[in-house]
Design a protein around this ligand. Sequence first.
Ligand SMILES: Cc1ncc(COP(=O)(O)O)c(C=O)c1O
Length: 379
Amino acid sequence: MNWAKELVCPRTGTRDRLTKLHNLSPAGAPWLVEYELTRERGRRLLRSLARRPWTLWRYHELLPVEDPERRIDLGEGGTPLVELDSVLTQGHRVWLKQEAGNPTGSFKARGLSLAINRARELGAPGVRLPSAGNAAIAASAYAAACGMPCRVAVPADTPENVITRIRSYGARVDAVGKTLVESGQWLAEQAPELLDVSTLREPYRLEGKKTMGFELAEQFGWNLPEWILYPTGGGTGLIGIPKAFDELEALGLVGKRRPRMVSVQMSGCAPIVKAFHEGRDSAEPWLEPDTRVWGLRVPRAVGDFLVLRALRATHGTAIAVGEQDVEEAGRTLPKATGLEWGPEGAACWVAFQELVAGGKVEPDDRVVILQTGHPSNYG
Ligand SMILES: Cc1ncc(COP(=O)(O)O)c(C=O)c1O
């Protein structure tokens, strides 16, 4: 039994049923899943959690899967929260949410697990997506686990290792186009019959990503941290994590205070950062995306207005970081911490240092860096 009620369009408030396959709402916005939440349900959930294993399925009432007993489960979620040494953090309190341990080595497993479980429940003939790499690796693994066809298009300069990994799960992969947008357009023409599971184009990847919010709340003893730094491509987690906190508040498990959400992008592809600082409600497409941090090379995001809303609602901010600083951090951080750092996590570390240099972080503030992927995923 889950507590999901229906889908709501965040632009118009239009509603629709959960029981059919969806892409965007009629207004062209990502659908959001709404739940029926009460304090009594919150108390019941809290009592049950003590007995449940540490994967994202421990929150199954807050996930829109009809029959969680029959789910495809590769062990996604339940990732560690590791406090960094205070010498490294100049006395600040910083935790790494280490997402590299997810199945297929990145946090994309969370969203793709939910999207493909739902695609299977609703009878989709197969799935397709354009991806910079990690989402495609995750999609092909979950599709393989349900015996579902999967087609992927990656930009032409995607590292060979990524393509080999996608193929190893039996998905068909084509390397086409200069950017994700071009790859996606090509694939939609080639395989219109398959369900498009690209970022925010169906309602359920967001639901998987939001589970990072549930885990953070629980790992901090239901006392939310002050800052969360999120390496931003499509920005699913920047929408999903605050959504999770709102759901926990409705259940009576956390209070009104929210962490300040920080969008971190590369200076060679920073549409959200630009729009945030220009005070806009939506982001213009970034014309010549130029970064080797593949997960952040996303020139246009369909949920841009929701990301910008989340940054402003939480009094957060948006920071663009330089390619060389991130490369340097990627080299030094493993030695300094003994932890695995993908380039996207390293980008958040550089952004954290900028926040500190700007005097934004108070001594008692608790800062979370989402370390979203394993460095070896790129080769
Ligand atoms: C490792 C990693 N981090 C961050 C991102 C960006 O995630 P999102 O699209 O949710 O903003 C990606 C996207 O590909 C990624 O692979």
